[in-house]
Design a protein around this ligand. Structure first.
Ligand code: KIV
Length: 277
């Protein structure tokens, strides 16, 4: 069912069942008002750990904490009624052991109302994914460029080129076999993304991957032109809200300095006018 026709949020199984069908639509959100704007248009909304860079000015996602994810998850949840909410597990909240992952995933779900969690990693995380799924935690996997591993990946490079393609395919197969209901493919060559999409039974969600993926996701501030620190090649700006916001702030500043704001219609009289008595 398309997002606009739906009255309630899909479940992870509904997302899984969209494999090969109408492409899944997703964006990140971190606040209630933005979640409200996308609720009718997205199948699922991701409270991404990109919040650290987009809203908190961090240089990477590594400094994002459970507390930040919970606070933003709660805010986003208040803005959603039709889209499913997925919350990212932050760096160092799940890698140590399946038990650590369960404790933190359960906390994220209980305290935010998320329908699922997302974690980064392929073969190395398969055991953890199976552990979570067997205990009632739906998991979206994330492979390819996994930003929490930039220090071992050597930066934000395209992943899976050349001989690394088979490793990426093995990662996709491992997370699908472990029970993930969908997998994000970030920054991988188009032909490899298509190969992975054809090879696994769960939806692939592309970001810098291929139009042939089963769905797409973007960071909302990137596609609205609000986050302008840098623009990855895979981002399409559908608006230039950052420029518009700065122009509006400049106008306000001029009007205040010239005493043109507030104008008569923005101030209050001593007494109510006759018509309002
Ligand atoms: O944190 C994030 O924004 C992500 C992307 C997949 C959009 O994980």
């Amino acid at each position: 069912m398309s997002a606009t026709a739906r009255k309630t949020a899909p479940l992870p199984d509904d997302i899984r069942a969209r494999k090969g069908g109408e492409p899944l639509v997703s964006l990140t959100a971190y606040t209630t008002p933005m979640a409200q704007l996308m609720d009718a248009h997205c199948d699922f909304v991701l409270v991404g750990d990109s919040v650290g860079m987009v809203l908190h000015g961090l240089e990477s996602t590594l400094g994002v904490t459970m507390e930040m994810m919970i606070l933003h998850g709660q805010a986003v949840k208040r803005g959603l009624s039709r889209a499913m909410m997925v919350v990212d597990m932050p760096f160092a909240s799940y890698e140590e052991s399946p038990a650590q992952a369960y404790r933190n995933a359960a906390r994220l779900m209980a305290e935010t109302g998320a329908g699922a969690v997302k974690l980064e990693g392929g073969v190395a995380m398969a055991e953890t994914i199976a552990f979570l799924v067997a205990r009632g935690v739906p998991v979206m996997a994330h492979i390819g460029l996994t930003p929490q591993s930039i220090n071992t990946l050597g930066g934000y490079k395209v992943q899976g080129r050349g001989v690394a393609a088979d490793r990426l395919l093995a990662d996709a197969e491992a997370v699908a076999a472990a029970g993930a209901f969908a997998v994000v493919l970030e920054k991988v060559p188009e032909t490899l993304a298509d190969r992975v999409t054809g090879a696994i039974p769960i939806p692939t969600i592309g970001i810098g991957a291929s139009a042939g993926c089963d769905g797409q996701i973007l960071v909302v501030d990137d596609m609205l032109g609000l986050f302008t620190a840098f623009k990855p090649k895979f981002v399409k700006r559908y608006a230039t809200l950052g420029e518009q916001a700065e122009a509006a702030i400049a106008d306000y500043s001029t009007e205040v300095r010239e005493r043109r704001f507030p104008a008569p219609e923005h101030v209050f009289a001593d007494t109510l006018p006759e018509s309002k008595k």
